[in-house]
Design a binder for this molecule. Structure first.
Ligand code: FRU
Length: 507
């Protein structure tokens, strides 16, 4: 063959191949509704965050993953890593189902003292503690098909080996017996496991992660109980030199806006028992919105507590109108405590690392102070963060709209004393009758300085009201991004400062 011709064909082929590769790259993370600021799996079904652990400069995020479909199926642990909590790289699947069952939710710890003996040649083992769910036992109608097992990594989380002695905690006959969250309890030099056991949490302890002893139970007569308890997480936080223990527990259904949500209790833990130490007149929710479930915090981050949840609701998670992938995580949030009327609450705010995504900034203070409604063209800020510091809140509404007549409204209603999100006209809402319902959350205080932060992504909005005391997370599905933002307020609302920042995609 003529050499020129061969060269030509070769070159064309190379260019086509390159273009195809480029198209493929462009299409991933660029599909309709694909979150640009939040982690989502490249493709297929994802649910709960799992095994979140920080080690040697890397944040590990494992997640419930079904790589062969876009609805829930035999669970694996998918894996992603980040060095800044903002940009994520998806890694190879960490744990596959095996003869003991599917790999359900759980946690991961750094076994610094090699209590497990799994560390070899001085390499510190990362140990994952998860639930094995045996589908055969489930079908056969037994009550013992969920039990706890271990896997470990000797290369800082890249590859994982299942422990040969699995399971390490057998099922005593409780149908819902899952989602172990493990931590080192230094005062008694032992590991503590917080496990969801149907309508309560059961604490276990162990010297080596392999042998577990039951310590106590908590919660059968407190909190929300419409559905079973799942994905608990116990951790310490300080408020003015006083240490509190926070116990988070997800419940499904039974959330404040229907379906899935995460409640929390504040109290004391002595290595054996958890007791609430502050009044609990009402159930406290980590997020009042419908789209934050199974959230837990990273282990091994010292005093900093960073939370992340699954940003959807079991009520409709498997029906949302995405095609190649399903669901995303919330932004990572820093948790702190706040005192309100002699009670103690969690407050969450987006982690400071997200600041790196700010591409442009506009100060709206003067304009908002001088008028009761402003409309902004946000077509160059399709992803944005809005910060408003109020001196006083009477009523206000934030309306995001596009040219197709889709709109999303967020506001505060002084009659009901509640924050709300109205997504009934936000785009596609008819995949489930629950989805268009009004979302609301009580305002817990009017006495603190009140900052509202809002993060808008391609298919989600996260609202952190009253300095993060009341959080509302909501997804929405509009094909065309919102290009107009209107901020309205009544005369009883006074704004101290207001800023909007355009955000860059993390992909
Ligand atoms: C919570 C949950 C967990 C379970 C996992 C299964 O969303 O139901 O309790 O381990 O999902 O995927």
């Amino acid at each position: 063959m003529d050499i020129k011709k061969t060269l030509f064909i070769g070159l064309t082929l190379l260019i086509t191949l390159n273009l195809n590769a480029q198209n493929l790259m462009d299409s991933v993370y660029n599909e309709p509704y694909r979150p640009q600021l939040h982690f989502s799996a490249k493709e297929k079904w994802m649910n709960d965050p799992n095994g979140m652990v920080y080690y040697n400069g890397l944040y590990h995020l494992f997640f419930q993953y079904y790589p062969n479909g876009i609805t829930w199926g035999p669970m694996h642990w998918g894996h992603a890593t980040s060095n800044d909590l903002v940009h994520w790289q998806q890694q190879q699947i960490a744990l596959f189902p095996d003869s003991l069952g599917y790999i359900f939710s759980g946690s991961a710890v750094v076994d610094k003292h090699n209590t497990t003996g799994l560390g070899k040649n001085g390499q510190v083992p990362l140990v994952a503690i998860f639930t094995h769910h045996d589908p055969i036992g489930e079908k056969a109608g037994t009550n013992t098909f969920q039990y706890q097992s271990l896997a470990y990594s000797l290369d800082e989380g890249k590859t994982w080996e299942k422990y040969s002695g699995n399971p390490v905690l057998k099922n005593p006959g409780i149908r819902d017996f899952r989602d172990p969250s493990v931590q080192w309890y230094a005062p008694q030099k032992k590991w503590v496991m917080t496990l969801a056991t149907k309508d309560r949490v059961t604490f276990y302890s162990s010297p080596n992660l392999k042998e577990w002893r039951k310590e106590s139970e908590f919660g059968s007569n407190i909190g929300a109980h419409l559905g079973v308890w799942e994905c608990p997480n116990l951790f310490k936080l300080k408020l003015k030199e006083k240490t509190y223990w926070v116990l988070m527990v997800s419940v499904n259904p039974g959330g404040p806006n229907g379906g899935s949500a995460t409640q929390y209790f504040i109290g004391d833990f002595n290595g054996t028992e958890f007791k609430t130490s502050v009044p609990n007149p009402v159930t406290k929710w980590a997020d009042y919105g419908p789209d934050d479930y199974a959230g837990v915090t990273w282990s091994n981050t010292g005093n900093r507590k960073i939370f992340l949840g699954w940003m959807t609701n079991w009520t409709y998670a498997q029906q949302v109108p995405t095609e190649k992938w399903r669901s995303a995580m919330t932004v990572p949030r820093e948790l702190k405590l706040m005192e309100v009327n002699n009670d103690v609450f969690l407050r969450s705010t987006p982690v400071k690392e997200l600041k790196d995504l700010e591409a442009s900034n506009r100060n709206l203070t003067g304009t908002i102070q001088s008028t009761n409604a402003i409309t902004l063209d946000i077509s160059n800020k399709l992803l944005f963060k809005l910060n408003i510091d109020f001196d006083k809140i009477g009523e206000f509404t934030l309306v995001m709209e596009n040219n197709n007549g889709n709109k999303l409204e967020i506001g505060y209603d002084s009659n009901t004393k509640a924050y709300y999100i109205n997504r009934s006209k936000s785009g596609i809402v008819d995949f489930n009758p629950e989805f268009p319902k009004l979302i609301s959350a009580p305002r817990l205080t009017s006495t603190v300085v009140t900052r509202l932060e809002l993060i808008l992504d391609a298919s989600s909005v996260e609202v952190f009201a009253d300095n993060g005391l009341t959080v509302l997370t909501s997804t929405y599905f509009t094909k065309n991004p919102f290009n107009k933002l209107t901020i309205k307020k009544n005369k009883n609302t006074a704004v101290k400062t207001a800023k909007i920042a355009g955000l860059k995609s993390i992909w």
